[in-house]
Structure formats: structure tokens, C-alpha cells
Ligand binder design. Structure first.
Ligand SMILES: Cc1cc2nc3c(=O)[nH]c(=O)nc-3n(C[C@H](O)[C@H](O)[C@H](O)COP(=O)(O)OP(=O)(O)OC[C@H]3O[C@@H](n4cnc5c(N)ncnc54)[C@H](O)[C@@H]3O)c2cc1C
Length: 464
């Protein structure tokens, strides 16, 4: 055979039959839904809104093994664009995810709703104070920043192996690290200030001399809530010691809780919390823990058993890659749940044992009714309460959930198929025993009553 004579059969030995398994369903062929596209074009201009299916598929994959096809892609040009998208998303109960270089490995830079590209128009670097400080656009790659800083004999602290591709914004949001960053040269220590946009659209420049005053005016609840959480943590010396110990080791997981200890003003706390600000903690309660609404529960010996009243979602139809906009149509009904937890086992070992600590027999009572979502004026805003021996421990509303019901369904169904009859326990209001001063645990003879408006109540009696 002549040299370089092509032999296509060798390159593609297997014939492909039918469409690929990851083919986008036909109903998505026209790309972004018309209303969403029209709304965003009105808000931002046509050139910032990518809506063709080919664009959406292009952004559906990143360096992770996951694939989520967004509904629309926004190419944000400045802080005003980001604020406008976040305001729109909050008003229309939609989810937003940011995409920088997409080198995250756990699907953090993907979503099934609005994806905002924060790389293309976000590069740039000003070297300040002879190289001791720099103002860096979040879309600048770490490698590019290091080339500019090297002229001054300086380097950025975090040194992920992805530095030629990943961006400063992505590294900070992921609390990404590297081989030599350790606990002193990480993003948390590196960042002296940043400009951030809150979900409401409020823009905070943490370096502004009047930043705290502005935050108090624009976001009074947040400005009061952050110091209140700080006070709650600092009132518990064991918790303070535990948080400090966690960050003496290299810890790139979850939120920087030590920001509550290090920050002395709401803006300082917020600045620290922005490092590693992505992430949803999900765990399983094994099905053998499931019971009805009125039960007797045996307390595990030597444990610290705690309460968490939660709204529980019961799935009505099978779903995979469900978008937030479609999520409620997958719900058969809502019920009350108690996410009873034994905290000693939950926190034990090098990695927390959430699933085991929450799965003793009887630790997942649910009921008393399954109420269809159409029965509520607003299924996203229901009051939850919980009392021990008649003393109120928890009271909150489901609209305060960090991750709404649609967000949880979209997130979970993006990873695993959800089936009819599956239960999703959501989140719990403040007031669990673990967070009290002094801490409080259930003891033999206690009665726990948990309720949700419009659904009913659970009653658990505990024995030793
Ligand atoms: C080959 C390879 C090597 C790697 N090596 C390391 C390593 O050594 N150490 C390590 O810790 N990690 C490593 N990583 C993973 C690391 O987490 C990423 O490289 C980096 O943090 C992601 O940056 P990115 O610009 O790609 O962000 P993306 O993946 O696009 O986004 C990361 C997260 O930040 C959010 N985000 C991005 N930009 C912004 C912004 N401006 N504002 C708010 N949120 C934003 C996104 O929504 C997402 O949640 C590696 C990854 C790869 C593929």
C-alpha cells in the first residue's frame, strides 16, 4: 500500500448505528426557549445571548465527566451584566452558573439553566506597589498572571497543575490549590479584596472605605446576619477550636468557615466566604431509616441525637437532567420529614459519615400526608417548625433554603436518574441541637413534634 494511503476502516473500525446516547432530545432542537431568549436579549442586547443549540452543546461539557446542557449562555461583559442576570434569575426563580475556563473536575462550572461566561471579557492585570499587589481580572489565567508578576520576582500563591488554562476567578471560587500552596499561599491568604455581585444584584467592592455602610443599606439582613453567625460560633469554644484545626490542614473543601473568626466586619467576613464559594453538600439517608409519622425511636447508646425538620419532596415521574424550570412538574407531592442525626458518628473519622449518622432505624420519619404542589399558594414558601417537649427549637420558611426544590432536583437529576417515589430531604432552619449554646441532644422520654404549614405534623417519642 502506498505510504499515507488512507484506510478509513482502520480509523473507524465499528459502524455507528442510530443517534449517539448523549444526543440532545428533539424538543430542544430550537435552542433557548423563546421567552427566556427574548427576556435576556431585552436585558443585555442580542450579541451577549447565545441561544443556538450548537452553542448550548458547546458549553454543556467542561473538564469534568458530567454533561449538563444549559438553556442559554450569556457572555457577560461587565459587572452590570452579571448584576442584571442575577436580578432576573432571582425574580424568575431561575438558576445561574458561572463558567470561566471550565477546568473544574466535579461539574461546578455546568448547569441546566442560565450559564454565564465570565472569561472572555474579564482578562487584565494591573501591577501595583512594585509587584507587591496586583488587580487581576477574574478571567485572567493563573499562568498569564504569573508571567506578568515574574518580572517583579513575584508569583501567585495557588499553583494548580491547570494553571495555563484556569482563571483567577475560577481558582478563588473553587478554593483551588496546588502542590506548594499549603495553608499559607492559598486563595484565602492571597486575596486582599474583591468586587462581588450578590444574588440580588447588589455589587460590593470590599476595598471601598464605606463598603460596610453600603452593605448595611443595600442588604440589611445579610449585614446583620453575618456578625450574628460570628457571635454564635465564637460563643462556642469547642466549635472555634474545631474550625481552627480544620484550616491548619490543607482544606480545599466547602466554605471557609474560618472567615467568621478572621473577619471583624460583615464585609471582611463576606470577602473570606467568597473563597470556595461553590458547592452543594448532598448525602443519603438509607431507606431502612424510613418510617411513618408517629413513632418511637431508640436512641443509639453514647450518641448525640439531634433534630432537623425538613420539607421532603416526593418524586412523581422519572427524570434525568431535569431543568429547574421543569422541576416542579416532576414532583408528586410534599410531605414533612425529620432528618434525625446522631452527630458523634456523623462527624467521626477522617471523612464525615453523614449517611451513616443519619440512617439509624427510625431516623427518617415522614408524613402525615402527601400534599400535591397545586394545593399551596406558593409551594416554595412554607413555614416549618419543630419543638422538643413543647419548647420551640426551629421555625423558618422554605423560601430561605440555600438550594430551592427546583435547584436540588436539577442538581441531583444531572448526576443520577430520579424515580417515582424517590424522596429528597431538603434543608433545615436554624435551631438544631448542634448549633445551640450549650448544645442540646435528645434524651429518653423526649417528644419531638415537627410540622409544616398545609401538610401536618410528625410526632416522635425517644427511648434509651
Ligand atoms: C489538568 C487539571 C489539573 C488541575 N490541577 C489542580 C491542582 O493542582 N489543584 C487544584 O486545587 N485544582 C486543580 N484542578 C481543578 C481546579 O479546580 C481548576 O483548575 C480551577 O480551580 C478551575 O478554574 P477555572 O477557571 O477553570 O474555573 P471553572 O471550572 O470555569 O469554574 C470554577 C467554579 O468557579 C465558579 N466561577 C468561575 N469564575 C467565577 C467568577 N468570576 N465569579 C464567581 N464564580 C466563578 C464557577 O461557577 C465554578 O463553580 C485541575 C484541573 C485540571 C483539569
Amino acid at each position: 500500500m502506498p505510504l499515507l494511503d488512507p484506510e478509513p476502516g482502520k480509523l473507524r473500525p465499528r459502524r455507528t448505528e442510530g443517534p449517539a446516547a448523549d444526543r440532545v432530545p428533539d424538543e430542544r432542537a430550537s435552542g433557548t426557549p423563546d421567552t427566556l431568549r427574548a427576556d435576556l436579549v431585552r436585558l443585555l442586547g442580542a450579541d451577549k445571548v447565545l441561544h443556538a443549540l450548537s452553542d448550548l452543546v458547546k458549553y454543556a461539557s467542561d473538564a469534568s465527566p458530567y454533561r449538563f446542557v444549559p438553556q442559554v449562555v450569556v457572555i457577560a461583559e461587565d459587572v452590570d451584566d452579571v448584576a442584571a442576570v442575577l436580578r432576573y434569575a432571582r425574580e424568575h426563580r431561575r438558576a445561574v452558573v458561572f463558567r470561566a475556563a471550565g477546568t473544574s473536575l466535579n461539574g461546578q462550572a455546568q448547569g441546566t439553566d442560565i450559564l454565564v461566561d465570565v472569561r472572555r471579557h474579564w482578562t487584565g492585570l494591573d501591577v501595583l506597589d512594585g509587584g507587591r499587589r496586583a488587580r487581576i481580572g477574574p478571567g485572567t489565567t493563573v499562568g498569564r498572571a504569573n508571567i506578568a508578576l515574574s518580572r517583579y520576582g513575584r508569583l501567585m500563591g495557588p499553583d494548580p497543575a491547570s494553571s495555563s488554562a484556569c482563571t483567577v476567578g475560577g481558582v478563588v471560587a473553587n478554593n483551588a490549590s496546588g502542590m506548594t500552596a499549603g495553608v499559607t499561599r492559598n486563595s484565602y491568604r492571597l486575596l486582599s479584596s474583591l468586587t462581588l455581585v450578590l444574588p440580588s444584584g447588589t455589587v460590593v467592592d470590599t476595598a471601598a472605605p464605606d463598603a460596610d455602610e453600603r452593605l448595611r443599606k443595600a442588604e440589611p439582613e445579610l449585614a446583620a446576619g453575618l456578625p450574628a453567625l460570628k457571635a454564635e460560633i465564637e460563643a462556642d469554644p469547642a466549635l472555634v477550636a474545631r474550625i481552627r484545626a480544620k484550616y491548619e490542614l490543607k482544606n480545599t473543601n466547602g466554605y471557609r468557615l474560618d472567615a467568621f473568626l478572621d473577619g471583624s466586619t460583615p464585609v471582611e467576613i463576606l470577602r473570606g466566604l467568597m473563597v470556595g464559594s461553590q458547592g452543594t453538600l448532598v448525602f443519603t439517608k438509607f431507606v431502612t431509616a424510613l418510617t411513618g409519622p408517629v413513632t418511637e425511636v431508640t436512641l443509639p447508646p453514647g450518641g448525640h441525637t439531634d433534630w432537623e425538620v425538613e420539607l421532603v419532596v416526593v418524586l412523581g415521574k422519572e427524570g434525568r437532567h431535569v431543568s429547574e424550570a421543569d422541576a416542579w412538574s416532576h414532583v408528586a407531592g410534599l410531605t414533612v420529614g425529620q432528618d434525625i442525626s446522631e452527630r458523634v458518628l456523623q462527624m467521626d473519622g477522617p471523612a464525615p459519615q453523614f449517611s451513616l449518622g443519619k440512617s439509624y432505624p427510625g431516623f427518617a420519619p415522614t408524613g402525615p400526608w402527601l400534599v400535591t404542589p397545586d394545593e399551596f399558594d406558593d409551594p416554595d414558601d412554607l413555614e416549618l417548625t419543630c419543638a422538643v417537649n413543647g419548647e420551640e427549637m426551629q421555625r423558618g420558611r422554605s423560601r430561605q433554603l440555600v438550594f430551592s426544590v427546583p435547584a436540588l432536583i436539577a442538581r441531583l437529576s444531572g448526576v443520577l436518574p430520579l424515580f417515582p417515589g424517590d424522596l429528597i430531604f431538603t434543608g433545615t432552619p436554624a435551631g438544631v441541637g448542634l448549633g445551640r449554646t450549650p448544645q442540646r441532644w435528645l434524651t429518653a422520654g423526649d417528644e419531638l413534634v415537627s410540622s409544616i404549614e398545609g401538610i401536618g405534623e410528625l410526632r416522635q417519642r425517644f427511648s434509651g
